[in-house]
Ligand binder design. Structure first.
Ligand code: ATR
Length: 519
């Protein structure tokens, strides 16, 4: 109770059924010293709880909670009639407010089912109605938001359980849910998907959320590790914007999710792996570069409700590299570039480097066909090589080894081997070297030396100083960290969502640096 109060909770739920045996016998002492209003719940096993299977013993605890002054008592809707008979048989009356609850741990409920249960609960005299359901798709949140919008007869608490439904917990004030359940800390959740009270208040600025709050979020799977909520919420708070940014784990149809959420006041999204290509299908329009790259990371809702997709990843990375080149009196113009990887990030970087004037880009990828596809899409100033062949060449092996390199080039004048030897810019877009495999590097120090000490950009930002960057720095290469790309892609998103405001880039940078340092 003390911890919850210190964290900023408004009221505390005592789950009698979850207390240890010794605590269960004298749980009322908690009520005697209560620091906050209290909900007493003694959840039946047939409703997902842990109370022993003796309904009368269960009711007796709730009845004594009422006598002891509990502010709210939670009773399962299915047991309410029997509970009322029990109370009458004890010649006592209910003075606490009654929360009638219904849980479905098996599946998500339909809107029609929620409406029916709610009406029945109101009819039975609930003071507050609570309905919690399992979530199989992130789109189940739309059902929750719609049902909350409609509920006007009694306060309603509506929860989509699990990580897929986490935004329904965070956004409770936006949709006028009577309350939301949070936990005192990581690992102390009493139901799946709960957020800590501290995170609700400090990270999501729960106190300032209201029906007029604009909602943004990051779509991905997984997404809980994402630093985007910390970065964007801090930035919204700093700019005094009435908006919140939530993690949105989407494990199925990304376009359908986007379409369903914009009906409920979602104004924009970031999109991360693996949804960057699929999200394009939900867009009414995309800018030319994004269409060429074939992957996007930003959704903007236009004033007429249409959706516009952007890719701010490539601008972020290319501008970070360009700034570092400029600082050293160099430029992309005429540069020879090596790109490691051929996924979504690589596509943006390769198109970007060519657009900025690179004379040739070699795409090296584990799966050669993907590198070839990207090089083909870019045209004559790009060629492909398998990552293995590149590593063999890196190892400084013989010319015959290098001749085995499987390259594809449209540039008949220069051999693939020559192009492999020196580079002005090396960009790593693979996950090699990322936490926890921090001892790995996509290119050896020796290879970097052989390549002529190029500028090295690493899209990996966890850790901030990857082995690749560390060794490059030791060699005297110019280094650009993935942090710069991450911060700048977010700053570009901010500009797209709030065209009249300037992002506070140094705040964004310090939020991410601090988070990484505390990991
Ligand atoms: P992103 O959108 O961040 O680019 P992605 O599309 O999944 O993510 O691409 C990841 C890239 O890193 C791919 O080019 C991948 O190689 P494959 O196309 O062969 O899958 C590359 N990659 C990931 N892990 C790798 C590893 N251990 N060794 C070599 N390449 C790797």
């Amino acid at each position: 109770m003390r911890t919850s109060k210190a964290a900023g909770a408004d009221l505390v739920e005592i789950r009698v059924d979850l207390l240890a045996e010794d605590e269960r016998n004298n749980w009322k002492t908690i009520l005697d010293q209560k620091l906050l209003p209290v909900i007493v719940t003694n959840r039946a096993s047939w409703e997902g709880g842990s109370a022993p299977d003796d309904e009368f013993a269960r009711f007796a605890i709730l009845s004594s909670a009422i006598l002891a002054g509990a502010d709210y008592v939670d009773i399962e809707f299915a047991a309410f009639d029997e509970f009322k008979r029990y109370i009458a048989s004890q010649n006592s009356s209910v003075i606490s407010r009654i929360i009638l609850s219904h849980h479905n741990f098996e599946r998500a409920l339909t809107l029609e089912e929620i409406r029916t249960i709610y009406e029945k609960m109101v009819g039975k005299g609930a003071d507050i109605c609570k309905i919690a359901m399992a979530t199989t798709s992130a789109r189940d949140n739309a059902v929750i938001f719609q049902a909350l919008r409609e509920a006007s007869r009694r306060p309603l608490v509506l929860i989509a359980m699990g990580e897929l439904g986490q935004c329904s917990r965070i956004l409770a004030p936006k949709f006028s849910s009577f309350l939301t359940f949070s936990c005192v800390g990581h690992g102390r959740e009493s139901a799946p998907g709960q957020v800590s009270t501290e995170a609700l208040i400090n990270l999501y600025r729960f106190r300032s959320l209201s029906p007029s709050t604009r909602v943004f979020g990051v779509i991905g799977d997984p997404v809980l590790h994402s630093m985007s909520p910390a970065l964007h919420n801090a930035s919204f708070g700093n700019a005094g914007i009435d908006a919140v940014y939530v993690p949105l784990r989407v494990n199925d149809d990304v376009p359908a999710f986007i379409r369903s959420m914009i009906l409920f006041g979602f104004d924009g999204f970031s999109v991360t792996i693996p949804g960057k290509v699929a999200a394009l299908k939900a867009m009414d329009e995309v800018d030319n570069v994004t269409a060429k790259i074939g992957a996007m990371n930003t959704v903007v809702t236009l004033s007429d409700g249409r959706l516009r997709g952007y890719n701010t990843d490539w601008i972020a990375a290319i501008s970070a590299i360009e700034d570092a080149l400029t600082d050293n009196n160099q430029s992309f113009h005429g540069a020879r570039v090596l790109c490691l990887g051929a996924g979504g990030a690589a596509r943006g970087l390769v198109f970007g480097a060519v657009a900025r004037g690179a004379s040739h880009v070699v795409v090296a990828n584990r799966t050669l066909s993907k590198a070839q596809e990207l090089a083909n899409d870019v045209g004559s100033c790009a060629s492909a090589v398998s990552y293995d062949a590149l590593l063999r060449a890196d190892a400084g092996q013989t010319a015959s080894d290098r001749n085995q390199m499987d390259t594809q080039s449209r540039d008949a004048d220069s051999s693939a081997e020559d192009r492999m030897l020196s580079f002005d810019v090396v960009m790593n877009t693979t996950s090699i070297g990322m936490h926890p495999r921090t001892e790995e590097t996509p290119l050896s120090s020796e290879a970097l030396r052989r390549m002529g000490r190029p500028l090295v950009f690493d899209a990996v930002y966890n850790p901030l100083q990857t082995k690749l960057l560390l060794e490059a720095e030791e060699l005297g290469c110019i280094c650009v960290s993935g942090l710069e790309m991450f911060v700048r892609q977010a700053a570009e998103q901010f500009k797209l969502w709030f065209p009249k405001l300037e992002p506070n880039v140094s705040l964004m940078r310090s939020v991410v640096t601090e988070r990484l340092a505390n990991k």
